[in-house]
Design a protein around this ligand. Structure first.
Ligand SMILES: Cc1cc2nc3c(=O)[nH]c(=O)nc-3n(C[C@H](O)[C@H](O)[C@H](O)COP(=O)(O)O)c2cc1C
Length: 275
């Protein structure tokens, strides 16, 4: 794996009983990282980070039974982002614990948390906790604009503490089980209708092209977007220093207003635990 994607490992916690966390996330708009880091911080300090926005995993990442994997994924059309599946396939559990986190924009997480849990269990992890948390919608940022809020952060920390409390409770002789909300077969994946573009305020700085995980922006023509490969993740919008990159146009504005109404109700975090 390219060194850029993995940050220095540190021993978590101090003294006897301390474990190392492996923390993996894909977070183009930074909320999934915020949530995942907050949950992990409530488990123990330290750990090794794999940021899938910087680079996908191309080699297996083995997580020892004495360690804990913490994975955070944003929800895209009720599923795990398809782009992340090849990276997630490289996570290898050895009967050890994992925490699964889905972060969504106050519409619904549908089958994403179940999909992530199933995937981790199939790859040798015992998922001790699975949590769905709400954050600002990256396509319609006026939806859940202030989430995660203080109450969310309390729920995320409580989730982290509960996962930590359960991480060494299970073994081959006491495997336990976890039941997570969602349906099988999972929802059909969707790619959405909107793609961000740049406007006249673009200075061709190259930040958008550099961050784009699907290489959908040509640095020579940075106001344009390859609509076929773009996944609408909004990383380009987040890093644009002039605010040039945005979802725009009358169809988008109409959809945004409709979506604000549809998703106005305050959704609560949900957590499921292995027992
Ligand atoms: C392509 C795409 C599809 C999305 N689909 C959903 C969805 O099905 N349900 C939902 O509530 N939020 C959805 N969202 C919103 C994200 O799940 C949410 O904003 C999340 O916090 C983004 O994580 P990030 O900030 O780490 O990028 C979608 C966002 C994108 C970009």
């Amino acid at each position: 794996m390219p060194p850029a994607a993995r940050e220095t490992a540190q021993r978590g916690g101090a003294g006897k009983g301390a474990f190392t966390l492996k923390i993996v996330y894909f977070s183009p708009n930074d909320t999934t990282r915020t949530v995942t880091e907050a949950a992990a911080a409530a488990m123990e300090p330290g750990g090794e980070r794999v940021d899938l926005l910087k680079a996908p995993l191309t080699e297996d990442l083995s997580v020892g039974a004495e360690e804990m994997l913490v994975v955070g994924m944003p929800v895209y059309a009720g599923r795990i982002p398809a782009l992340c599946l090849s990276s997630l396939a490289h996570l290898k559990g050895n009967g050890g614990p994992a925490a699964a986190i889905a972060v969504y924009g106050n519409r619904d997480y549908d089958d994403a948390l179940l999909e992530l849990t199933d995937l981790l269990e199939a790859q040798g992890f015992r998922v001790v906790g699975a949590g769905a948390f709400i954050a600002k919608h990256s396509i319609f940022p006026t939806v859940a604009a202030n989430r995660p809020d203080e109450k969310d952060m309390e729920a995320i920390a409580a989730f982290g503490r509960e996962c930590q409390a359960r991480r060494s409770l299970f073994s081959d002789s006491h495997p336990g089980q976890i039941l997570v909300k969602g349906n099988r077969p999972y929802k059909k994946p969707g790619s959405g209708s909107f793609r961000p573009t740049g406007d006249k305020s673009c200075t061709s700085c190259g930040a958008c092209a550099a961050i784009c995980p699907t290489r959908s922006i040509n640095p020579a023509e940075p106001t344009k977007t390859n609509e076929d490969t773009c996944i609408a993740c909004a990383a380009c919008i987040r890093v644009c220093p002039t605010g040039s990159r945005a979802f725009r146009g009358p169809v988008y504005q109409t959809a945004r207003k409709a979506f604000e109404l549809k998703c106005a109700a305050y959704r609560l975090p949900e957590a499921f635990y292995r027992a």
